[in-house]
Design a protein around this ligand. Structure first.
Ligand code: HEM
Length: 197
């Protein structure tokens, strides 16, 4: 399989980035939602440190994905896709990229404005992106909280659309984001109209 995206399918670099980001989003969501319920203590500190390190990893991967997408392009819409559907898909993708940048950045801002230190997997320190400021920390926390639920809604719409294409329309939309051996059979050609005589 080739690395570059072609007009009809995603190359392996885009596929690896896409599915790694999916795993990270699910992991970050689960960690984020559970850690805020934990009592203050070592388990919460560890969960929070892991959450931040994974979030920073996601920020780096989304940046690479965005640069690669601008450089390598994307496959064309499948023939027969109505213009309104292609527009909604494009808008959803832009909103997903924006949120996937806003989530880690608002987390980083919240962390900085709260005066917490920030490390990436205990390997190196990252600088604060704001001074200690309780009002700013609260704004960043709200963005992080509501941004997350908006992200959940967009991911649900995006996943629902992919599954609809795969199981109802039976086209190649999902298949062209899957590695060769997971792709299964190509979409069945449309059935000829029933014989009228
Ligand atoms: C896409 C990336 C991220 C996602 C999806 C995500 C998701 C979440 C979620 C769901 C929560 C729980 C919110 C709540 O119920 O109050 C949370 C909390 C938190 N996140 Fe993230 N997060 C991400 C990245 C980051 C990053 C990069 C940092 C820091 C550098 C960070 C720092 C925090 C902190 C400190 C909290 C606790 C907020 C509080 O105490 O109310 N997050 N995150």
């Amino acid at each position: 399989m080739q690395m570059r995206n072609s007009t009809h399918r995603w190359g392996w670099l885009s596929q690896i980035l896409h599915w790694t980001i999916v795993v990270l989003i699910v992991w970050l969501a689960w960690l984020g939602l559970t850690m805020v319920e934990m009592p203050i203590g070592i388990a919460r500190i560890n969960a929070s440190a892991l959450h931040k390190s994974l979030g920073l990893t996601l920020l780096a991967l989304v940046t690479v994905r965005l640069v690669w997408r601008l450089f390598a392009g994307a496959p064309a819409a499948l023939p027969g896709t109505p213009t309104w559907q292609a527009r909604i898909a494009d808008l959803t993708h832009v909103a997903l990229y924006a949120l996937l940048l806003a989530m880690p950045l608002s987390g980083w801002l919240f962390n900085s404005a709260s005066g917490f230190p920030l490390q990436w997997f205990k390997q190196f320190n990252l600088p604060a992106i704001a001074g200690r400021d309780a009002a700013l920390a609260e704004i960043a926390r709200q963005i992080h909280f509501w941004g997350f639920w908006l992200l959940v809604a967009l991911v649900a719409a995006h996943t629902g659309a992919a599954l609809y294409h795969h199981f109802v329309q039976r086209d190649d939309t999902l298949r062209r984001m899957l590695p060769m051996r997971l792709r299964g059979q190509p979409a069945a050609p449309p059935r000829p109209p029933a014989n009228a005589d």
